[in-house]
Design a protein around this ligand. Structure first.
Ligand code: SF4
Ligand code: SF4
Length: 347
């Protein structure tokens, strides 16, 4: 998932991290962040070779009570807005050994792939969030994780593995922290040390493999500087100082996930993109040095010279072709057109 609660991937409740106390503390010999000790140490080399910027493994089972409590408070506050699926599968979400995930799982491998702001974009691609300009990150992540699965099966013959990239109710940021990948920031996103929060996350839940052992003491603090730049940059007040993200107020949620209800006018007036919102991510000083992108270019991005006006009036087939192969394909074209119309109407 992109590192959030709705654009897959980039936000969550940062208090989830602080309260779970499962933040990183990488091995002195680790080249990339993450817990991978003993029989799991092969993950570091395999992960680095596949382009991951962090990889680790956590003991499977129940997520901590504190993480569940924080998630419950986020849901109870209605911050999930129209993401009704967040209310379902609470048993599976809480425990990876649930039959909906992997029966008798013993290990959860978590990995992060970096993406960058990218080259200066032209045409309509300037109006698309950075993570969505590439080949669909779900597919890229799945392809790379398949390489890790092969390494796991080579090391542990008889292992049973299931790859998840937004495909099951796995609390990915909590597992990523338990696996030592990083800590959550006040922007609600997982921050990988020396990389930042422009990362997408994926998981492999395994059974018939050794339970990982930790040899270091997890820190309760992540790499977040607590400078508040992300909260200040949010134009709608969607980010609480505690790091809780209120989807009802979040431009990213509304432009990607809200395909039916009208966007509140004070939120639509803060839109800058037809898909997503990079403001809090761009504001973070920890992301300024990041320039590495492991997301492949999409196979054919179509006529990128289109303007917002063109997109607001384009027929379905043009928009489908334009966004084919990117994660924008997962959002109805009518929603993309609506977003473009809202931006055009403001100008
Ligand atoms: S800056 Fe944008 S993406 Fe970040 S929380 Fe605010 S509205 Fe959402
Ligand atoms: S902008 Fe500052 S407070 Fe926000 S996540 Fe980045 S370092 Fe933390």
């Amino acid at each position: 998932m992109i590192n959030t609660i709705f654009h897959a991937k980039t936000h969550c409740t940062s208090s989830e991290a602080r309260e779970t106390g499962t933040m990183s503390g990488s091995s002195p010999t680790a080249e990339i962040p993450g817990h991978a000790f003993g029989p799991w140490s092969f993950l570091k080399v395999a992960g680095a070779n596949l382009g991951f910027c962090a990889i680790g493994v956590a003991r499977a089972g129940e997520i901590s009570q504190r993480a569940r409590d924080v998630f419950g408070r986020w849901l109870g506050s209605g911050h999930h807005a129209g993401l009704a699926y967040m209310e379902k599968w609470s048993d599976a979400r809480a425990d990876t050994t649930h039959h909906g995930i992997v029966d008798a799982s013993t290990a959860v491998v978590c990995a992060a792939l970096p993406y960058s702001r990218g080259a200066v974009e032209t045409g309509i691609w300037k109006s698309v969030a950075a993570h969505a300009r590439s080949r669909d990150y779900h597919q890229v992540m799945r392809d790379r994780l398949d390489g890790i699965v092969r390494a796991i099966h080579s090391r542990f013959p008889g292992a049973i593995s299931r790859v998840f990239v937004d495909t099951a109710p796995v609390m990915e940021r909590s597992w990523a922290m338990a696996a030592g990948l990083g800590g959550l920031g006040n922007n609600g996103a997982l921050i990988v040390p020396r990389v930042g929060s422009r990362v997408v996350l994926g998981e492999i839940v395994c059974s018939d493999v050794p339970k990982p052992e930790y040899t270091d003491v997890p820190s309760v603090r992540g790499p977040c500087l607590e400078c508040g730049a992300c909260v200040d940059a949010c134009p709608t007040g969607a980010l609480a100082p505690s790091g809780m993200v209120d989807c009802n107020r979040c431009v990213s949620y509304h432009t990607i996930e809200n395909t039916r209800a009208p966007i509140p006018s004070d939120v639509s007036s803060a839109m800058t993109l037809i898909f997503g919102c990079d403001l809090c991510i761009d504001a973070c000083p920890l992301n300024r040095a990041a320039d590495r992108c492991e997301l492949d270019p999409p196979p054919d991005r179509g006529p990128g010279s289109m303007t917002l006006q063109d997109v607001s009036e384009a027929p379905d087939e043009i928009l489908i072709r334009m966004f084919r192969g990117t994660c924008m394909e997962r959002t109805p074209v009518e929603t993309i057109r609506r977003n473009a119309r809202l931006l055009v109407g403001r100008n």
